[in-house]
Design a protein around this ligand. Sequence first.
Ligand code: HPA
Length: 255
Amino acid sequence: MPIGIIGGTGFAEVMADEARETELVETRHGIVEVQVGQLGQVDVAFIPRHGPAGNIPPHAVNYQAHIEALDMLGCRRIIATNAVGSLLDDLTPGCLALPNQFLDFTDGRPRTLFDRPGDEIVNVDVTAPYCPELRKLLAREAEKLGLACRKGLTYVCTEGPRFETPAEIRMFAALGGHLVGMTGVPEVVFARELGLCYASVCIVTNLAAGLSENPLTADEVNAVMDEVRPRLWELLTAVAGAIDTEASCNYCSPA
Ligand code: HPA
């Protein structure tokens, strides 16, 4: 299974529909239900990040087991989808964005996959936490499909599950953040710890707190996801088809 897809909010159902079978994978950090299927002609392993029923909140997701399960299934490349709020006035709901950096404001999540007694100490390099080659492919295929997709953005990960205060959003903006979400970290870090290529396609579901007149609601997030999902699925299918699964990545796993 060369490619893993970790689907965020609003993706559990479509993944279950597309899957051929469900596989239970027993990892060092727990059991994961993986949906096995195809995107176009390519075999993929799908993991709904918030669980098959979509009811696991961001701070309770087993990020460790998810990445380990994909690694055990042989996925060398992982594409994740993440719903985000936008800190930029001109990046509006419905737009797609590819982060290339993150700011970690999570609190209390596991820091590493190597946290068992006797494990080696791993100080992984995250100079480019999101795979440059996968990002390039995503940007190219999005352009071919005519999907607006902003590149080179910084993703701020909060602990959630509450949304942010406007003061926090002003702070994140002052620190260089462009997107805010609750699920990107530590997922991206664990992928790098195992030398897997990982990229995130962010779906802007709302302007961040304080940037629009209205209070944020989960319904607003879900409504935009419902609208964008078919286009995003098309993008994932195109990218899966464009990946040379025989080649190793020059950046994440140089030969
Ligand atoms: N903040 C945090 N997480 C989110 C948001 C937001 O504004 N929108 C979607 N996920």
